[in-house]
Design a protein around this ligand. Structure first.
Ligand SMILES: [Zn+2]
Length: 113
């Protein structure tokens, strides 16, 4: 059984192999491609859409308990350079429901592995 984590962006549960582990270093969110970096980790789909959604909802700040805005530029670049540029008409929907569920779902996003 593969471990399952919740994407910070779209809130969908997925296996860790389908998600990208990210960690925070000095206010910067960086991609932990091999899931080996120490410290608090969070998981997000390696897509621009999910990272952008997570950023908009300040999900990284909460996941890493910084409370503030996080720099995701390097993360976006890492994703951008590792994915093909296929434009999808079906971006993950950002629903009001997902936003309303934020607070109660936060505990699921804490991960120390
Ligand atoms: Zn996602």
């Amino acid at each position: 059984m593969e471990p399952v984590r919740t994407c910070l962006g779209c809130r969908t549960r997925d296996t860790t192999s389908a998600l990208l582990r990210v960690v925070a270093r000095n206010g910067v969110v960086i991609a932990d491609q091999s899931a080996v970096l120490p410290g608090r980790g969070a998981w997000v789909h390696p897509t621009i859409e999910c990272v952008t959604t997570a950023t908009t909802r300040k999900a990284f700040g909460r996941a890493f308990r910084t409370g503030g805005a996080m720099d995701v530029d390097s993360l976006l670049q890492a994703i951008d350079s590792s994915t093909t540029h296929h434009q999808s008409e079906h971006s993950p929907a950002v629903t009001t429901t997902a936003v309303l569920l934020d607070e109660q779902a936060d505990s699921e996003l804490m991960s120390n592995d």
